[in-house]
Design a protein around this ligand. Structure first.
Ligand code: LFR
Length: 492
């Protein structure tokens, strides 16, 4: 069988990475060929994507991939919800804004005066988060950015347009927007019309894993590379990662673990009940057309932000050192709700965690180990809280958790997740997003049959670490303590 080469470019919260995948005899080997920073820029006091530098890095990735053996196709994925506008001439009309900008702070409440939160949920299935595209768009509208805008493209589709010259809206990323109906699989006019969002801004939606065109000829000439196919894989990084779950067992729980913890399970149809909305559950479309019923939980962002602060004193502090200190720290002293609003934007996290503990009348963690332990335990307990909600809303039972993504490297978190949930954890692959992006490209190219076959191939080719639960009694008691804290918080 001829080798097929696919190029996956994944733009993550702190880095962008390009990997070349070589597929032959039902085996996929991956090689990192380029890595670059992805730091937001502040422009006119707004946190923005550094679009020009990212576009340069993408071009460098294409050149390097050519030198490393060439590629048959390329696909870009990134986080959900963000977008850019094109003007009449097809030029970017301004810098795309980053979802961590605070421009949407009071927007959801303003929107609820026109459409209730439950109507939004019932029609889109998305957990109501102020970062969602809909709320960002209302902020854009207030700032009169619509005036120049002819076309809205979600970030992976925007880069896809720069690569191929074609306009489209890939389904997995559309389904993070709070404007897309997961039942009719189309844009939801009952939301767009009353909020004054022109349907004409949005592109027709195409399924994940569509070949959208070829690299533009001018681009190939500029870079001196041959043409190759451009694929809309899953534009949404989380859906690439879920496509790479190393299992085809029914009813497995998954955790795509990185900056965010996306904790959920696959379903055949969405859960759009009031209770599900109150439980902050989301229904997002997977690359295989299934519904990912999941919660966005703040993830390793909490540790990343703390480390940024601690590094001001100790510039060599790495994650393994932080985990060692957390391991040595006393267990179950204090807990946070990882999703409290104070943790949504950057800035002195150790201090924010201490403030949370003071306000909730708990022991205040003072050193690095105690603060880190509080974060890891709280994340693991929030996973249990979420699994309970999922089981209540779906009537299903889950007997194992698969963790994929960078968080697999956090042994303490994998162990705590198993302890807290009382089920085994299977951790890996770390590079799930890249594997998934490539597998989706390979399905589009007809080299593999579907995502299910891709998952079997991944299960056979990567190492999976198993964790089993310990200290169940202590974790059960801790969970009761965590519940009291969360319920008190919710009541106040
Ligand atoms: C993870 C992720 C989540 C999305 C969040 C914000 O990288 O894509 O799935 O909810 O980022 O877009």
């Amino acid at each position: 069988q001829k080798k097929i080469h696919v190029l996956a470019i994944d733009l993550g919260a702190s880095n962008g990475r390009a990997f070349l995948g070589r597929f032959a005899d039902q085996k996929l080997e991956i090689e990192e060929i380029h890595r670059f920073e992805n730091r937001p820029l502040t422009v006119n006091e707004k946190l923005c994507w550094d679009f020009d530098s990212l576009w340069d890095e993408i071009k460098t990735s294409l050149k390097k991939a050519h030198v490393s053996g060439g590629f048959d196709s390329v696909a870009i994925d990134t986080w959900g919800v963000d977008y850019g506008f094109l003007d009449r001439e097809g030029k970017l009309s301004e810098m795309p804004v980053h979802y961590r900008d605070n421009r949407t702070d009071s927007i959801p409440e303003q929107v609820f005066r026109i459409i209730s939160d439950f109507d939004l949920y019932r029609l889109t299935g998305n957990q109501i988060l102020k970062i969602n595209t809909l709320f960002q768009l209302i902020a854009s509208k207030k700032e009169r950015q619509f005036e120049q805008a002819q076309t809205l493209l979600f970030m992976p589709d925007l880069f896809g347009f720069f690569l191929s010259g074609n306009l489209y809206s890939e389904r997995s990323i559309a389904s993070t927007s709070q404007m897309f109906n997961p039942v009719s699989l189309s844009w939801e006019n009952a939301i767009l019309t009353p909020l004054g969002i022109p349907r004409s801004l949005l592109q027709d939606v195409i399924p994940s894993g569509t070949i959208v065109g070829e690299l533009r000829q001018e681009l190939c000439r500029e870079l001196n590379i041959p043409q190759s196919k451009v694929i809309a894989a899953a534009g949404h990084d989380t859906q690439c990662a879920i496509a790479a779950l190393p299992s085809n067992a029914p009813d497995i729980a998954f955790l795509s673990c990185g900056t965010w913890s996306l904790f959920g399970t696959e379903l055949d149809s969405p859960v759009l009940t009031y209770e599900s909305m109150k439980d902050d559950m989301s229904n997002e479309l997977g690359a295989n057309g299934k519904i990912d019923y999941l919660k966005n939980i703040n993830g390793l962002w909490l540790i990343q932000e703390c480390r940024r602060e601690w590094r001001k004193e100790n510039s060599c502090l790495d994650y393994s050192e932080i985990e060692r200190m957390a391991n040595e720290s006393e267990p179950f002293r204090s807990f946070i709700d990882p999703d409290d609003d104070i943790f949504s934007s950057p800035g002195d996290f150790p201090q924010k965690i201490q403030a949370f503990c003071t306000e909730t009348g708990q022991t205040v963690p003072t050193d690095i180990g105690a603060i880190a332990r509080c974060i890891y335990e709280s994340l693991a307990l929030k996973y249990r809280y979420t699994l309970d909600q999922i089981q209540k809303n779906t009537g299903k039972k889950h007997t194992a958790l698969h963790i994929v993504g960078g968080g697999v490297q956090s042994r303490i978190l994998c162990q705590f997740a198993s302890d807290s949930l009382g089920i085994p954890v299977y951790a890996g692959p770390i590079e799930a997003t890249v594997f998934g992006n490539m597998m989706i490209q390979l399905t589009a190219l007809g080299a593999i049959q579907n995502i299910q076959s891709g998952r079997s191939i991944i299960a056979e080719s990567v190492q999976i670490q198993k964790y089993v639960p310990h200290e169940q009694g202590k974790w059960n008691a801790a969970y009761q303590q965590f519940l009291r804290m969360i319920n008190k918080e919710n009541a106040s």
